[in-house]
Design a protein around this ligand. Sequence first.
Ligand code: G
Ligand code: MN
Length: 283
Amino acid sequence: MTTAPRRRRRPLSRHDLEVITQVARPVRPAAAGSARPAGAPALLSLLQGGGLAMALQPIVDAGTGRPVGYEALARFTRLDGGPQRPDLVLAEAASAGVGLDVERAALRAALALLARLSPERYLSVNLSPAAVADGEVLGQLRAAPLERIVLELTEHDAVADYQQLNETLGPLRARGMRLAIDDVGAGYSGLAHMLQLSPDILKLDMSLTRDVDQDPARRALITAMTSFTRQLDLSLIAEGVERAEQRQALLGCGVELMQGYLFSRPEIPPPLSRQGLPVVTAH
Ligand code: G
Ligand code: MN
């Protein structure tokens, strides 16, 4: 198992200190229709000032061990001692009224990684249902080679209007973009959600795949999902595969595609030099 390369930290500038001071102030949730709260610009400039990096984690054909694609996952470097966990930073950004800005920045950084993958591999990007309705996000997607893109619709918000979402996604899917439902089995990713969106890929949440080797009920459920996805010609990906026993049990349930620490942790690709070669970072 490999670990993500450590990022070299640059010394703090006066600007950094200003940003940190502002972000350190508590961020209050934005009231509906109100302007962004004071912490929002600080959070944004922190992210734009190098605090956001995208890591890649392979999605592997567990039979052959070969990656079929990579999921881009946002990683945040906070200089203010605030939470680093991506879900917490995203929640904080959302309550500060800048969630969309962070999603736009993360998508831009994710799409820039496409050039780093070999052409037969796809790139899977995460977007909330709200971000999918955003003009800038749509512009970014339209400009991308969509036959190599999987859009993972995250579960954190409920979908307000399925018809509208499907109308937005239709032209992108017609150009080859595939739609994945993320975190199936958790949050809002319920059965009705799945039926409304007719996705190409289902990603089983790690709450279902954890301890699958020790739990006949989880195996029965996952075997049923395998049958469901085969009948509909969908792909099924098991997330959170950390142990060989889990992989074995999932293979026994008919799951072929897997993602998790057993295969690789998410890793931030090293930056490229001007010659286009990876720069070796200090460890
Ligand atoms: O919501 P989504 O499924 O996109 O989030 C995936 C998250 O799970 C990422 O933050 C990623 O770092 C993390 N992750 C990836 N593989 C594993 C794993 O095998 N075990 C655990 N616990 N977390 C994982
Ligand atoms: Mn995801």
